[in-house]
Design a protein around this ligand. Structure first.
Ligand code: AMP
Ligand code: ZN
Length: 467
């Protein structure tokens, strides 16, 4: 089996991914999911698309991937949102959960094995049990405010992921909120005592009514579903500190085993030089882009085509480039289908094609992989131009594309039924062309494209494909 190497945030080294001893080819993958207080923005989806590429490539390389993604449906932000909207927490978060699953489908994300929710009573019970163990072992204490805090001084490994220097920290400081910077490193909240702003949100615990901190939620859901040591844990770089640092501390103090073998983090999606974030208000949701006439496939291409650890500056030009690239791939694919005709060989040709997967073995080097894909496209087009390609060659190339699609998931949407309004425009455009009204014909084509469909003029008339 080919070796897949990834950059481990913990060691800052490239490391070959290997399953745990005795686990066959199975890998567990935990991916921090959305905090459902708003629609996920495409920065969040950069993280999810990167994780999807990782999962798909590992599967292509013969691994069985067991992936879990949590939904954070109780934390400081969701409670604040529900309070501002004047509705119950579950009522507030439900539409954002539903929207997340719709968006994930639009972006062709493989479903996870489980999507545990932090408010699930089973999960809350597990969180309380973990905090109980931390209390018993002296890693946690209840403070005067009634909340339970993790004592970072009790865990010598604290700071190893984010490389926080504990020497210069003032010990005994506490931080109650879920998010804070490295400068504010301090004992963090495991269980937050109920306060009036929490309203109806709260669960009974040995430390009184309250709610879990964000970090213990992920620790409990991850280890509860995937076991004490998880193979790969992913998120965006903003999760490294404090969230993942806290997750390590909690899990490694409850059990004695290493919590995670490989940590992987994607760089932020930026907008004009700053991080795209809900709190900064500079974000696009997928829905915004779909309304503007972009497709999920185009957004997926734009997000996937830059290496996950590289900065990605999100622009509409980038989406336009994605549209062009996909158009080239689609035209090539159609040409291969035409050339292959009824040829059914199951062989896959060797030219350069393994290079695509080999590039992804190298820490998901997508730029090199796409370079192989487009080089193969150019080369085969040239061969077809020369008439040097047989149907068997073309079918072989299509066989290879099936594997590529399995990893990139950028194939065209299967054409099902063309919507009535698109049909009407196609008919109107045919009439305009017969009348040689070229300007009008172009305008109608733009209207059709705005609805997410592409028109190609062939000798047999207009061909419509999903954009
Ligand atoms: P949140 O809903 O804020 O908990 O974030 C969900 C996931 O999206 C986490 O893995 C974050 O690290 C990731 N994320 C948030 N903002 C960005 C961004 N601008 N670029 C890439 N990933 C992000
Ligand atoms: Zn998490």
């Amino acid at each position: 089996m080919a070796t897949v190497q990834i950059h481990n945030t913990l060691t800052k080294e490239l490391e070959p991914i290997e399953p745990k001893h005795g686990e066959g080819k199975t890998l567990s993958l935990y991916t921090c999911g959305p905090t459902v207080y708003a629609h996920a923005h495409i920065g969040n989806f950069r993280a999810y698309v990167f994780e999807d590429l990782l999962q798909r490539h590992l599967q292509e390389r013969g691994f069985m991937v067991r992936r879990v993604m949590n939904l954070t449906d109780v934390d400081d932000k969701t409670i604040r949102g529900a309070h501002a909207a004047g509705i119950a927490l579950a009522e507030f978060t439900r539409p954002f959960k539903e929207a997340f699953f719709e968006d994930a489908k639009t972006l062709r994300l493989l479903p996870a094995e489980a999507y545990p929710e932090a408010t699930d009573p089973k999960q809350i019970t597990r969180m309380i049990a973990m905090i109980g163990t931390l209390m018993e072992k002296g890693h946690a204490y209840q403070a005067e405010d009634g909340s339970v805090y993790f004592r970072i001084a009790s865990f010598p490994g604290y700071g190893k992921l984010a490389r926080v220097d504990l020497e210069n920290q003032r010990s005994g400081q506490r931080v109650a909120s879920d998010e804070y910077d490295k400068e504010a490193v301090a004992d963090f909240a495991l269980w937050k005592a109920w306060v009036p702003e929490d309203g109806a949100v709260g669960w009974e615990s040995p430390w009184g009514r309250g709610r879990p901190g964000w970090h213990i939620e992920c620790s409990a859901m991850a280890t509860g579903l995937l076991g004490e040591t998880i193979d790969i844990h992913c998120g965006g770089v903003d999760n490294i500190f404090p969230h993942h640092e806290a997750e390590i501390a909690q899990c490694e103090c409850v059990g004695a085993k290493p919590f995670v073998r490989y940590w992987m983090h994607c760089a932020h999606l930026m907008v004009e030089g700053s991080k795209m974030a809900k709190s900064a208000g500079n974000f696009f949701t997928l829905r915004d882009l779909l309304t503007q006439g972009w497709t999920g496939r185009e957004v997926r291409y734009a997000l996937i085509s830059v290496h996950y650890r590289g900065a990605l500056n999100f622009t509409l030009d980038g989406l336009a480039a994605a549209r062009t690239a996909l158009g080239r791939l689609d035209a090539w694919r159609e040409r291969l289908v035409e050339t292959a005709g009824s040829e059914t060989t199951s062989e896959t040709p060797a030219p350069a094609t393994e290079g695509f997967f080999a590039a992804l073995d190298d820490d998901l080097n997508i730029s090199s992989a796409l370079a192989v894909l487009f080089e193969t496209l150019r080369e085969t087009n040239r061969r077809m131009d020369e008439g040097a390609w047989t149907p068997a060659h073309a079918r072989g190339m299509l066989n290879w594309l099936v594997r590529v699609d399995g990893v990139l998931a950028l194939e065209p949407d299967a054409i099902t039924t063309i919507p009535y309004e698109v049909e009407e425009l196609v008919t109107a455009r045919a009439a305009a062309r017969t009348a040689k009204e070229w300007k009008k014909s172009d305008e109608i084509r733009d209207q059709i494209e705005a609805l997410g469909w592409l028109v190609k003029d062939t000798k047999d008339g207009q061909k419509i494909t999903k954009g």
